[in-house]
Design a protein around this ligand. Sequence first.
Ligand SMILES: Cc1cc2nc3c(=O)[nH]c(=O)nc-3n(C[C@H](O)[C@H](O)[C@H](O)COP(=O)(O)OP(=O)(O)OC[C@H]3O[C@@H](n4cnc5c(N)ncnc54)[C@H](O)[C@@H]3O)c2cc1C
Length: 526
Amino acid sequence: MFEITGARHIDRREHLLIPRVPVPKQPPEQRVFNFHEVYLGYNEETVKIEAARCIQCPEPQACLTACPVHNDIPLAMWHTARGDFEEGYKAFRKNSTMSEVCGRVCPQERLCQGSCVVGAYEPPVYIGKVEYFLADWMRKHDKMPALLEKEQQAPTGRTVAIVGSGPAGLHAAEMLALKGHHVDVYERHPKPGGLLMYGIPDFKLEKDKVKGIVERCERAGVRFICNTAVNTPGNPYVEDLLYEYDAVLIAIGAEIPATMGTEGEDTPGVWKSLDFLIALNLPEEMYPPGLERPDIEGKTVMVVGGGDTSSDCVRSAVRAGAGRVILSYRRSEAEMPGREEDRGFAKEEGVEYEFLTQPVRFIPGPDGRLAQVELRRMKLGEPDKSGRRRPIPIPDSEFVTDVDIAVLALGFWPDDKFAKATPGMETKRWGEIKVDPETGMTSRIGLWAAGDAVNGADLVVTAMAGARKAADSIHQYLLALSKEYEELGVEPPKPPEKPSGLELGCAQTFIVTTPARKPVKLDRIF
Ligand SMILES: Cc1cc2nc3c(=O)[nH]c(=O)nc-3n(C[C@H](O)[C@H](O)[C@H](O)COP(=O)(O)OP(=O)(O)OC[C@H]3O[C@@H](n4cnc5c(N)ncnc54)[C@H](O)[C@@H]3O)c2cc1C
């Protein structure tokens, strides 16, 4: 074993000689029959060796810069290589409360690992695999309660409402609760977690990891108010929350599915990707109303799209027992935006790829359900605005194939209805909420936004980066607010006693125009 000693001084050449430690994984012939994670992870010995492959680059460290939350990866690797897993974890936790998630689902090959200097000579350090080992180790050894206790600050009496419990909402909730603020998270689904729970399948991220984060938030004092779709009749509106809480963060993601407008798209048997993933990956008690599990055993499934969601759909279909699984993408493999690793796994698991094809018609059978899909062949033209070569239809190239279930995985948009029901909150062209890039605050004082709702459909780690900025800004705002109360001699309002959302009216009958809960001077603080 290579020894790392001294004040982070190492012989870089010697460390470059350490070969990459492969991570054991389930073989394809085994994993197609279960939804468990593909990777089995490092153990206490192998993780030390892999972490010791980090050559402790001098600043600026490329991996740290490439990470959207700027994790101090060299420091984490340093501690891990020495077997100090708790300190290694803490190096990640300083900027990220979700190492168990990011280590598993971040596209490290184009972020930290993609910039790892070791990668110029040898395979880069397996940073993600080390990161989630550390988080799992903390949980396995029950180290989190003591750490949380140390991090927890005294109650401030200030209150925050967060709308949405995906990675952005959870990250901000944990940070703000640990700062001593009272945090309520409103979530429309029966359970918290956002796309970590209701999107990303278990074979990438097992749900107990998400539940662990939710439990940690609850331990820090966060209350989750589920089955509550803010800005819809019968539920609180943002306007209500702004009245009831000192600060509000919108973290509702971007979950409105894009459509193609293709003939027959509403034929029974044509699925939206998130419904399909929920139906295949979650127990029925967690389904949103109206969703039913598809009968997939032995059926032919065609998924349309080239991103991460399409990979998740085809691989879920394989595991659910489909007879044949096809992925249709209108460009070639080189233009696919989804993770290459997931595509490699899907191929190993038997998924067939129909590149340069696009559905032009979903054809029902005599029973009215989907029976066939008509596809058109495409060729590549000049690059478009995204830099990828544009797909061009080839005339008279249509062909028909038998398909029982089609799944549209074409991307997602932010919910513009939500924005329209929030007066004074400005949005951008495609419905993304406009925020100050430094603070995450929207065009309304006291109202912040983060995550996919701001970025458009993107990544867990970019959602967290925005949430972190917003949480820092909210914290500063709340401190300033407390000071204001003190200076003005105003008795601050008490935090709500119980989930107030269930009692509140809605904006139509409850339009707040006075700064009822906030001192007048506040406008001048931000
Ligand atoms: C199938 C799939 C696979 C993916 N795989 C990866 C991956 O491997 N790696 C990666 O980095 N990213 C991946 N992503 C993207 C990633 O999941 C998102 O970028 C991330 O979850 C965004 O976080 P968020 O908190 O902004 O939003 P979300 O996770 O979408 O959470 C938003 C939450 O707000 C709730 N909500 C919405 N409207 C309301 C309302 N009116 N009232 C109350 N609650 C509301 C929603 O129910 C949801 O729980 C994937 C996405 C999908 C769809």
